[in-house]
Design a protein around this ligand. Structure first.
Ligand SMILES: NC(=O)c1ccc[n+]([C@@H]2O[C@H](COP(=O)([O-])OP(=O)(O)OC[C@H]3O[C@@H](n4cnc5c(N)ncnc54)[C@H](O)[C@@H]3O)[C@@H](O)[C@H]2O)c1
Length: 270
């Protein structure tokens, strides 16, 4: 049931590739709650993905942008304000990619050009988004900017390799830029640390099914789904969370505070 939580708000949603994407579910939810937005993705992903389908459903314009290219981001923010008829209230950065993970490289055999690409795409792009928004004065006061992260920023996971550093950097950028943007414009900047989720990015990590099942057993509420994440993002874009900024918000069914669960004890006792 919709509550018009985002009535009159405008924004940009990065990263909807297909119907499993967290950004895809978010677009549908934000639309239901009355938000207006443009959709964006890297030009290559737009050729492979199904973003046109989503744009039709949401009645949203697509503006391609590689999130690592400042010129693309300038164009995206400028055009979005034109298309939507004013400054923005929300931005979702839902972007992640590691060439090292894609090519199956182990942590002891990193290709450093690809390592830098991982950091550029998955972390530095968030700074570029924030800096572009500031320079173009694109955000309304009390606007909300979010990026998605994973608990591998704080704990080791064998196959998450260089993405762990990318997520740590992403969370740090949210804190540093959050302080700046709050003082400048009362704009909020946070990261949401999401449970393992069955998407293209998620399933690209080897052993994903095992750590998905492990997280499910280690989370008293179970894993948070992409739909749950879309709901949380919607609330974080709304005026009900005006004083939340510079946080890494755990959205994980309790995983991050759990030592062990009864489900795991029972399983291991067998
Ligand atoms: N799936 C999980 O288990 C999980 C868990 C926690 C956090 N996350 C994070 O959620 C976010 C969204 O991922 P998802 O799981 O929905 O997967 P997804 O594969 O559907 O989305 C990742 C998106 O990043 C986009 N992208 C890659 N390079 C880009 C570039 N240069 N410019 C612009 N866009 C680019 C892709 O095209 C894709 O749309 C990512 O930051 C991911 O790390 C995912």
């Amino acid at each position: 049931m919709a509550n018009n939580l985002l009535q009159g708000k405008r924004g940009i949603i990065f990263g909807a590739l297909d119907e499993n994407s967290i950004a895809w579910k978010t677009a549908i939810k934000v639309k239901e709650e009355g938000g207006l937005f443009t959709l964006t993705n890297a030009p290559i992903a737009m050729r492979l993905g199904k973003i046109n389908e989503l744009a039709k459903t949401c009645n949203a314009e697509i503006i391609p942008a590689d999130a690592t290219v400042e010129e693309d981001l300038n164009n995206l923010f400028t055009k979005s304000m034109e298309v939507l008829g004013g400054k923005l209230d929300f931005v979702l950065h839902s972007i992640g990619m590691s060439p090292n993970i894609r090519k199956g490289k182990s942590y002891g055999d990193m290709n450093y050009d690809w390592y830098l690409k991982t950091l550029d795409i998955s972390a530095l792009s968030f700074h570029k988004v924030l800096q572009t928004a500031e320079k173009l004065d694109a955000m309304n006061e009390w606007g909300s900017i979010l990026a998605l992260t994973y608990i591998a920023a704080q704990r080791s996971y064998p196959d998450y390799t260089d993405m762990a550093q990318a997520k740590a950097m992403l969370e740090s950028i949210a804190r540093s830029y959050g302080a700046r943007f709050a003082e400048l414009k009362k704009v909020r900047v946070n990261t949401i640390s999401q449970s393992p989720t069955k998407t293209t990015a998620g399933a690209g990590i080897s052993g994903f099914d095992v750590f998905y099942d492990f997280a499910e057993m280690m989370s008293p509420l179970g894993n948070a789904s992409a739909e749950d994440c879309a709901n949380y993002i919607t609330v974080m874009f709304s005026d009900f969370t005006r004083m939340v900024t510079m946080q890494n918000l755990m959205h994980d069914g309790g995983f991050s505070s759990t030592g062990i669960t009864q489900a795991l004890i029972d399983r291991l006792a067998k």
